[in-house]
Design a protein around this ligand. Structure first.
Ligand code: HEM
Length: 492
């Protein structure tokens, strides 16, 4: 009996050792492992693989992880998924699980909840009052936040991380616009405001949730370790910021945005929309969605714009010439320009489009079909499978943008008559494609032009020697090490 038990134990131990080595080898050599090894440069790796394989690639993990992800950057697939068969590709429950932090906000909702959010936001941002307050808020922040802070850094000759400055600018600005509250994160002392930082922190764990098996990130979450710990802390930072503002504004000063979302909630509660919480939770989710939309997108785009300008000095002088020609002559001195006048800055607009083409702030999109489907590329996607769309790759595909796709060429956006060339969104998906197209596109161009024109006109921006500017492994295409520059004041 004892002999049987010993041999039994030896057998089980040997099997276990064999299986550990066997699985280690499988894992080490699997495509999934290659993805993890390259996570620090995920966007580059995905682009390389997709460009080598004609724009679509099925990634399979070891069978026991049951991971199968179809990556694509093929414009025909993008148009199919986002427009033609839009209703077959909702964000889905899995996306909602991963992005639980966003609750019922627009970015994680589908069907009636999404329509409700979209209608409400559209009614707010298409109001004339919104445009007036956008123009006023942007210039106010430039005057009281951006210029004094940049003057301070240039005066002291200190290196400044422009990405950090733009994130703070965008955060203060969207808070002013949506909440009529200025958190004051953009001042020379660069104060630490947990909610402002939480946006950057949360995005990385959210990307890892896309590639890690669900049971692993759920275990990390339960153990409160690693990326999941950071995500939980970000969640708390958002709630600690938003709930007190909701309470105070409800008591003292009702905002249009609150009334709009409250009406949406009241009219649809007990109707066809299933809210995941009460009215306060719905307000928190809706507002957080707007802060997410406004903080990281514009700041990321303008960060890469200044990187591209700094590495292409000719475009800097062209932007300057355009400002001097179109804006300055009115009073022969620097002045704040209005929304209508910002349309005259065509070359600057083209530079922003190039920045968005090469560095789309939202670099990856995730979809899951409700019903099995065959994509135009011929790839079959089964029900509930995972499809990851790389917007980053689209702008870097020779088949889409030609041999010079990696070059910064604002001229490609300018028509012979001097206007901005329209490109179909499946070829230029930075603002998304189809019915879920970005609602803030117009306002973001206005804001970014005002900020960029001010900086180019006042300062020469020079990259710090040896500073490596590469995308971070995050859903939002932040510059991994920031954008460290020195500013030299022009004689304005
Ligand atoms: C350079 C700036 C911007 C870029 C590149 C951009 C890009 C995008 C993208 C890719 C989406 C789709 C996201 C998804 O599928 O979940 C989106 C959606 C959205 N964006 Fe923007 N965005 C920008 C600025 C803004 C701003 C300033 C706002 C205003 C608050 C805004 C509001 C929205 C909203 C509300 C949606 C949701 C649309 C929907 O799901 O129907 N965006 N944006």
């Amino acid at each position: 009996m004892a002999i049987f038990q010993y041999s039994h134990i030896i057998f089980i131990t040997l099997c276990t050792i064999y299986f550990i080595f066997y699985f280690k080898r499988i894992i080490r050599n699997s495509p999934l492992a290659k993805v993890f090894r390259n996570m620090h440069r995920a966007h580059e790796k995905i682009t390389q693989v997709l460009n080598e394989r004609g724009g679509t690639y099925l990634l399979r993990g070891p069978w026991f992880f049951r991971i199968e992800i179809l990556f694509t950057s093929d414009p025909a697939n993008i148009q199919h998924i986002f427009s033609k068969r839009f209703s077959n590709y909702p964000k889905g429950t899995e996306f909602r699980n991963k992005f639980e932090i966003l609750g019922d906000g627009i970015f994680s909702s589908d069907f009636e909840m999404w329509e409700l959010q979209r209608r409400t936001i559209l009614s707010l941002i298409s109001h004339a009052k919104f445009h007036t307050s956008l123009e006023r808020n942007v210039w106010e922040k430039i005057e009281t936040g951006l210029i004094p802070v940049l003057d301070y850094f240039s005066g002291q000759g200190i290196v400044v991380d422009l990405q950090e400055i733009f994130q703070r600018f965008a955060f203060d600005n969207i808070c002013q616009l949506v909440l009529e509250y200025d958190p004051g994160s953009l001042s020379a002392a660069l104060p630490y405001i947990p909610c402002e930082k939480a946006f950057s922190v949360a995005l990385q764990p959210l990307m890892y949730r896309h590639v890690l098996p669900e049971r692993i990130w759920k275990l990390q979450k339960w153990l409160k370790i690693g990326n999941e710990k950071k995500l939980t802390e970000s969640w708390k930072a958002f709630d600690d910021f938003l709930y007190p503002i909701i309470s105070s504004k409800e008591k003292n000063n009702r905002l249009d945005v609150f009334t709009a979302f409250e009406n949406a909630y009241e009219n649809n509660n007990n109707n066809n929309v299933n809210f995941s919480g009460d009215l306060r939770k719905f307000l928190r989710d809706s507002l957080l969605g707007l802060l997410f939309a406004g903080r990281d997108t514009t700041s990321t785009c303008i960060t890469w714009l200044f990187y591209l300008i700094a590495t292409n000095p000719l475009s800097e002088s062209k932007i300057l010439d355009e400002i001097e020609r179109e804006i300055i002559p009115v009073k022969n001195e620097w002045r704040f320009f209005n929304i209508e006048e910002s349309k005259k800055l065509v070359y600057l607009h083209a530079c922003l489009c190039e920045s968005l083409r090469l560095f789309p702030p939202l670099a990856l999109e995730y979809k899951s079909p409700i019903e099995s489907d065959t994509l135009p590329s011929g790839h079959f996607v089964s029900r509930n499978s995972k499809v990851v769309i790389s917007f980053y790759t689209v702008g870097r595909s020779e088949s889409v943008w030609g041999k010079d796709c990696l070059e910064f060429k604002p001229e490609r956006w300018i028509t012979p008559r001097g206007g901005i060339k329209h490109e179909p969104s499946y070829k230029f998906p930075a603002f998304n494609v189809g019915p879920r197209t970005c609602l803030g596109k117009e306002m973001s161009f206005i804001q970014m032009k005002m900020v960029a024109a001010t900086i180019v006109y006042r300062y020469r921006v020079r990259l710090v020697d040896g500073h490596l500017v590469v995308p971070r492994d995050s859903l939002m295409l932040h510059a991994k090490n920031g954008l460290k520059v020195r500013l030299f004041e022009r004689n304005v």
